[in-house]
Ligand binder design. Structure first.
Ligand code: ZN
Length: 138
């Protein structure tokens, strides 16, 4: 059985998890310089502004880099092997790179992906899946 650890929701990250609960990937965007900030942070990493607004993303992007975990070295995650751990660049901004899992097979860098949500009880965990050719415009 898969036993992913459940993320701890803090005051800072609560809007991220609330967005996920509603089926949206939401990221902080700087009101002053338009940079996207991820992971959640109290101020803009580009200009230090504290004026950040949680913004709904399309949830699509491209795999920047990926590692394939092939052995069951992760207790409780055997069901997920092979597990793809990736950095995903969102279509809206290359400055918002999301560390995540990508489900599917033969996952490689440069592949288009979209967000999906895995329910962990009271938290919806954003993960990504490969966009299969022919359904990219869905
Ligand atoms: Zn900024």
């Amino acid at each position: 059985m898969t036993t992913r650890s459940v993320p701890v929701v803090s005051e800072l990250t609560a809007p991220y998890w609330e967005g996920a609960q509603n089926g949206h990937l939401t990221i902080q965007k700087c009101d002053d310089c338009s940079a996207m900030v991820f992971p959640p942070y109290p101020e803009c990493l580009a200009c230090s502004s504290g004026n950040l607004t949680w913004t709904k993303m399309k949830g699509t992007g491209v795999i920047h880099s990926v590692s394939r975990v092939a052995s069951d070295i992760l207790p409780g995650l055997e069901d997920l092997i092979p597990l793809y751990v990736a950095l995903v660049e969102l279509d809206e901004s290359k400055s918002a790179i999301i560390p995540t899992n990508v489900v599917g097979t033969e996952i490689v860098a440069g592949m288009p992906v979209r967000v999906k949500f895995e329910s962990l009880g009271n938290v919806e965990l954003p993960i990504f899946e490969r966009i299969v050719e022919g359904e990219a415009s869905r």
